[in-house]
Design a protein around this ligand. Sequence first.
Ligand code: NAD
Ligand code: UFG
Length: 338
Amino acid sequence: MKILVTGGTGYIGSHTAVELQEAGFEVIIADNLSNSEAGVIDRIAEITGTRPAFEVVDLTDVDATGKLFLKYPGIIAVIHFAALKSVSESVERPLAYYQNNIVSLLNLIREMECQHIPHLVFSSSCTVYGQPEKLPVTEDAPFRTPWSPYGNTKQVSEQIIRDVCRVSSFNSILLRYFNPAGAHHTALIGELPLGVPNNLVPYITQTAAGKRDYLRIFGNDYNTPDGTAIRDYIHVVDLAKAHVAALTRLVERKNTQQAEAFNLGTGKGYSVMEVVQSFERVSGVRLNYRYVPRRPGDVEQVWADPSLANRELAWKAEQDLDEMLRSAWNWEKRLMER
Ligand code: NAD
Ligand code: UFG
């Protein structure tokens, strides 16, 4: 079964391509390499023994997107990762985010309709919930006004997909990721942040590697046990496996609604300080950090109720926080060698 993976040379897409190939799917990757490198294809091939087809395509280009589908007839489903993803950058460059994330989705759905491809798995985010009133957060929690253009692109994209599903035979699964972390156990693929990382785990590993002077911990005055903010970190390989489960549900027509949303998290929240302690434990490296004021736009605490995904997708996150930090550190060390 041929699956198109957009954004497949990126962080989550590359791990998912590995899991898809290992589950027997034929993978075609389309990426414009705006935030990844083509060498990832070699490393997917090294891990799985199979080289996925790869096309450099900008999905905001309607003609190029059309040609992609014509070149690969017989695609049965699309997993759409391709997007710009920095919350802070989106505040500075809102038009770039709306243009890239919304136009690429519209082009993709239009081409899927033309080619009668009925299944779409979409990368959404727990940012759609903002600071939820009840924790753990369930899928029926109301959307909050997004705090960034990036968050808004995820809300709008979910709405576009739901609207299309209402008037066609299109089926979609919207996967709301909590905080992906870690890397493949081979250390051949992982997160490759360009420039200064925004996210906690790459910032920790780059600090330990000597690329950054110290980690700034944004806020130690939150209403949490140690005063630092709480998130639900999920191993990227667990996340990747959930995509295989979602895709299988769609192609086997086991979905109960045309647009279904699932939380992908572990169901456990960890504070920033606990993440730092986990890193120190598994790496044996003392981390240089300082408390600084809260980062604007951050919510205090959020973690998932993943029971719907556990039940309906027959999937469960298995790897713990230590494993996320251990694999992220191994990946960082591999990058230093390179
Ligand atoms: P990433 O930047 O590593 O991967 C995204 C890939 O999409 C990159 O390889 C980039 O080159 C490509 N891309 C971007 N715009 C494109 C376009 N117009 N045409 C073709 N390719 C394009 O990001 P990631 O962390 O792997 O995130 C994947 C998806 O998951 C994104 O949609 C992101 O918004 C979403 N998400 C990520 C996180 C996270 O913390 N990493 C959390 C929630 C949701
Ligand atoms: N943090 C620090 N120092 C840093 C970086 C982060 O203290 O240098 C803190 C943040 O303040 C926050 C926690 O670590 O409390 C996690 O921050 P991240 O930036 O790693 O993650 P976010 O929860 O802010 O957001 C991430 C992605 C979003 C995605 C969201 C939910 O950046 O794109 O997870 O999936 F939508």
